[in-house]
Design a protein around this ligand. Structure first.
Ligand SMILES: NC(=O)c1ccc[n+]([C@@H]2O[C@H](COP(=O)([O-])OP(=O)(O)OC[C@H]3O[C@@H](n4cnc5c(N)ncnc54)[C@H](OP(=O)(O)O)[C@@H]3O)[C@@H](O)[C@H]2O)c1
Length: 385
């Protein structure tokens, strides 16, 4: 906990300088404590950033919170400090070292380049920059190397939550047996569509209990006791945008345009954590036993595969957890022996699918840093070793 906090004025109000944060392994960051900004701090992902910055004892000197004009001036708690939400205005990123964006595509499009111009590294949760060839698309456990060429502040994209959850479980198997084809069916929670969607599902539960008509402002339909095709636009080929992201992003992250991916993405009335049924076809034989051994040793993955007690990955169990849960691992009876596997995964998409993944990227920046007098406005340079 900070034992000494000083208040400082900025253009759009007061914010606190957290001058002594204790407990973080400072050797990792060589004592450098960046100024961090969260854009979209009042949202589902933004709130998780606050939680994780605290839980992980992330080293920071100053925390700046931004949201829409609706929230400007409201106060959010971080550790024992009360921080005021600011507006995005000219010069608002001056002095920011790392800006964590989670306010949607339009905000990222408009403001992420301006943050970079101000000297900040941007880690973006929106889909806007993901397929830009100049922007690395990173899952730290999978392809951290893809940002190793960056030498100065720029944009790093966080993949789509369903892609992160799938690839956390599939990449360790891909490395051994070469995944040729992946068929995914998702069971996606309300919170994947933001805090308001989560509130709408909770509200429908209350409305059901009271016999009132359902409020359907977000999805335009009854969500409670229902499931429906993912609420992104359906293209001429019949695939919706979420399904297309799984294909495009997997190819970019694996740097392999030959991998075949077909997905069916569905919203189910859970509040938090997505599940995915994943069917794999391999280039080289891989048995169920070896797959289990590989996944048991894989970083960021936990095996939950207890057939005797019918204990397998569930969204409630995955909620609030860092690792992706993997189970129901079995040979695919529909393919030649050794050629295919079935499995079922559950991952907290606000956490590993968004905020945690982004913070791991920020931690990688800090660990690989080069400190110097020039660089960011706060007087330190972050660059990968
Ligand atoms: N939810 C997930 O599981 C998840 C997973 C992966 C990626 N993402 C991505 O992360 C981003 C945020 O998602 P979310 O679920 O956290 O959404 P959310 O709960 O709806 O929160 C949106 C945040 O953006 C802010 N915002 C909206 N318009 C703004 C504007 N014009 N200027 C500044 N701030 C603005 C909101 O501020 P107000 O509160 O003031 O409106 C709020 O803080 C999206 O790009 C989403 O695709 C979400």
């Amino acid at each position: 906990m900070p034992s000494d906090t000083r208040e400082r004025k900025c253009k759009s109000g007061n914010y606190l300088v957290l001058s002594t944060i204790t407990g973080y392994p400072e050797s990792m960051s060589q004592g450098f404590k960046p100024c961090i900004a969260i854009v979209g701090a009042t949202g589902a992902v933004g709130q998780e950033f606050l939680e994780l910055l605290h839980q992980r004892d992330f080293p920071l000197s100053t925390l700046r919170l931004f949201a829409s004009s609706r929230s400007v001036g409201s106060v959010l708690r971080f550790r024992d400090a009360q921080l005021q939400v600011e507006a995005l205005v000219d010069g608002c990123f001056d002095g920011v070292d790392i800006a964590l964006f989670s306010a949607g595509r339009g905000v990222s499009q408009a403001w992420a380049p301006r943050a970079v111009d101000s000297g900040a590294w941007v880690i973006d949760n929106s889909s806007f920059f993901r397929m830009d060839p100049a922007v690395p698309l990173i899952i730290p456990e999978v392809n951290l190397h893809a940002m190793s060429e960056m030498r100065q502040p720029g944009i790093i994209a966080n993949p789509n939550c369903s892609t992160i959850i799938a690839l956390m479980a599939v990449t360790p198997l891909h490395k051994v047996a070469g995944v040729k084809r992946m068929v995914i069916s998702t069971y996606q929670s309300a919170s994947g569509a933001g805090a308001a969607a989560m509130r709408e599902l909770e509200g429908q539960a209350r409305e059901f209990a009271c016999g009132r008509p359902y409020t359907t402002a977000i999805f335009g339909r009854q969500y409670l006791f229902n499931c429906f095709s993912h609420n992104t636009e359906v293209g001429a080929d019949g695939y919706n945008e979420e399904e297309r992201k799984l294909l495009r992003e997997t190819r970019k992250i694996w740097d392999d345009d030959s991998v075949r991916v077909s997905a069916t993405c569905v919203r189910v009335p859970t509040l938090r954590a997505h599940c995915e049924s994943i069917n794999l076809t391999f280039d080289r034989p891989l048995g169920e036993k070896q797959a289990r051994e590989i996944l048991a040793a894989a970083p960021g993955v936990s095996l939950v595969d207890d057939r005797a007690n019918n204990q397998f990955p569930e969204p409630i169990a995955a909620s609030g957890l860092d690792p992706v849960l993997v189970g129901r691992i079995r040979a695919d009876m529909g393919q030649d022996p050794g050629c295919g596997l079935e499995m079922f995964v559950a991952g907290d998409q606000i956490r590993k699918g968004a905020a945690l993944n982004a913070l791991q990227i920020a931690e990688a920046l800090l660990v690989g840093q080069v400190l110097g007098a020039q660089g960011t406005k706060s007087g330190a340079r972050i660059a990968l070793a």
